[in-house]
Design a protein around this ligand. Sequence first.
Ligand code: HSE
Length: 445
Amino acid sequence: MKPTNLSPIRVGLLGIGTVGSGTYNVLQRNQEEIRRRAGRGIEITMVADLDVARAKAAVGAGVQVVDDARKVVTSPDVDIVIELIGGYGIAKQLVLEAIEAGKHVVTANKALLAVHGTEIFAAAHRKGVMVAFEAAVAGGIPIIKALREGLTANSIQWIAGIINGTTNFILSEMRDKGLDFDVVLKEAQRLGYAEADPTFDIEGVDAGHKVTLMSAIAFGIPVQFDKAYVEGITGLAAQDIRYAEQLGYRIKLLGITKRAANGIELRVHPSLVPAKRLIANVEGAMNAVVVQGDAVGTTLYYGKGAGSEPTASAVIADLVDIARLHTADPEHRVPHLAFQPDAMSDLPVVPMSDVVTSYYLRLKVADEAGVLAKVTGILAGAGISIDAVLQREADEVGGEGSTHTDLIILTHDCVEAKMNNALAQMQALPTVLAPITRIRKEELA
Ligand code: HSE
């Protein structure tokens, strides 16, 4: 039997905000069970935070608190550094310095890894240390572990995830209350669901970082956020959510990565999803990820994508992995990106114009003879097949005596470039009275 009288592994924490204090508290509360699982204790021995008073209040007297993060990454008394600062600036320097100092790193920083992952993983490989990042994707859901280990037998076909709680909360509120985006965003900020600067969330960037990491692990490609197509939810109107509902769909911000004939799709955008799919019913700030593997079929992972202890749960899982594996020969550990570094694939990321998907279109049109025929004629001319059409009476849409109405069209699959071309032609019609709304549709069958 493995000896369990090893001295505790020593952890230095950079940043003790919401997730850092959750990590400290869960480690304290469950220390005995965690020790039995890891084979040795795991102790936070050092914390760096600019707010030293807050940090001291969050941890026990035995923990050294400093305001200079460099003291943690260079300390000979720290084996693992947890980076919870965020962003690409100082966090990148500190992670690289920790690696250089021979320390393992645990991070929740999806932005850093999605943009600079290749450099960071290469440095870690050179130094024989681990960089673990379960908390970077979907908070407490162990999706990295599932993709990298649990599903390792599979050729992954696609992943589709609700991986941003802020936007899912906003979309849920828009649907429940029939409100527009701007109104719900303000409410979400007031309730603390959305940050004061919500740009990364509502523009889809945060989800883009997360799907970039999942894509790399699923397909053995380098992390390449710069090639991801990213579109947020700021353009969504309450009536699109309503029309989608009438057609049997919900609108969700999905991070999608898919093996296609011409490479790997990597994209984030609002999507219509059939209301009967489980993922369409994920509401509020919850996250969910669907993974389709050739052997396992469809699997679904659901849980809290943010928050103090849910994210701490993922951070500590990484600490336990490292405590178990850090004495193992680096060549025998689970590779950072699931595939061996010398066996990565150079499959290209497919440009959005080459992606094949289906569409929801909303056109504000003059309610007069021949309008529908012209619109459908353009689609037919482009070889785009219509799946369904919905048109409400003009009075219902624009009030009594209205001379305009909404024309909703669902299409079958077509390549995005064709749709862009057809949209430009439809937009030029004098009877199309406003910018056309186009939302992609995913059947996720
Ligand atoms: N801001 C993220 C979200 C949580 O709303 O899901 C951290 O990734």
